[in-house]
Write a protein that binds this ligand. Structure first.
Ligand code: NAD
Length: 257
């Protein structure tokens, strides 16, 4: 069977990198993407380690023309993208009255609009082949809200709306579209929040983790990137062909409460 091609946005850090490594272990070809300086080296190293074809793009997801070039170049290098993981995301914590409009726009553009653009770019070939997988990394914040995260929560709820709509549009063409909703994972995105909250509240970071972060989870641990990756790998498999349009929490029981 032909080796499938996977494109994962934001795959040179955190959760995206964890997902990329799981797909690499299973022999998929990978289009890496992200703003990290060492992105090209990460892609080359993983390609060598797992003997798979890789591609890397540093496209800025705030710029639709860069997204479009990335999608064309990735399929030019690897062939049509069979599995798209919209993972890249940003956060900005602020009470609504202080949230600058440009931060709101950036969060909506990276977390939601970019996922629309990448999905649109792969749609025609997935439809023609009658096979495709789109996996959107939303958040527990796609299902419930927290104060001071209005743009992020809105973007992640929006991503679930996009997931459901594309699931319906892809249903007759073998394309499944699902969302994964992680709880807290200790990545640069969350580490920054821990540092900022510790400064704001003048308490140790360990206390922030207990008081502000893990207090949301029923299971008092961080989620590990590998746990998100294992679900993504399953959603990409043949046995997941009847799972579409759903949003799956991997959140230590946060949204059960
Ligand atoms: P991270 O900061 O480690 O990685 C984010 C990735 O997105 C990086 O590769 C970064 O370069 C890329 N990115 C950010 N802005 C970009 C832009 N303008 N253009 C191109 N690339 C850009 O964060 P993470 O925690 O691994 O987050 C991955 C996804 O998981 C995000 O969508 C995030 O919202 C979601 N998520 C994270 C958590 C968590 O606790 N870490 C929880 C729920 C959901």
């Amino acid at each position: 069977m032909k080796v499938k091609n996977v494109l994962i946005t934001g795959s040179t850090s955190g959760i995206g990198l964890g997902i990329a490594i799981e797909f690499a272990k299973s022999g998929y070809n990978l289009a890496f993407h992200g703003l990290e300086q060492n992105g090209a080296e990460i892609a080359a190293e993983i390609g060598k380690q797992y003997q798979i074809k890789t591609f890397f793009s540093p496209a800025n997801l705030l710029v639709p023309a860069e997204i479009s070039s990335m999608m064309k170049e990735a399929s030019g290098h690897l062939g049509d993208i069979d599995i798209l993981v919209n993972n890249a995301g940003i956060q900005y914590v602020s009470p609504v009255e202080d949230l600058p409009l440009h931060k709101w726009n950036d969060i909506i553009n990276v977390n939601l609009t970019a996922a629309f653009c990448t999905s649109q770019a792969v749609w025609k070939s997935m439809k023609a082949k009658k096979w495709g997988r789109i996996i959107n990394i939303s958040s527990a914040h796609g299902l419930v809200a927290s104060e001071n995260k209005s743009a992020y929560v809105a973007s992640k709820h929006g991503l679930i709306g996009l997931t459901k709509t594309l699931a319906l549009e892809g249903a007759n063409f073998g394309i499944t579209v699902n969302a994964i909703c992680p709880g807290f994972v200790k990545t640069p995105l969350v580490e920054k929040q821990i540092v900022d909250l510790a400064k704001q509240q003048n308490i140790p970071e360990a206390d922030v983790i207990q008081k502000n972060i893990l207090q949301k989870h029923a299971v008092k641990n961080f989620v590990r990137p590998e746990e998100i990756a294992a679900l993504a790998l399953f959603l990409a498999s043949e046995n997941a062909s009847m799972i579409t349009g759903v949003s799956m929490p991997v959140d230590g029981g946060w949204t059960a409460q």
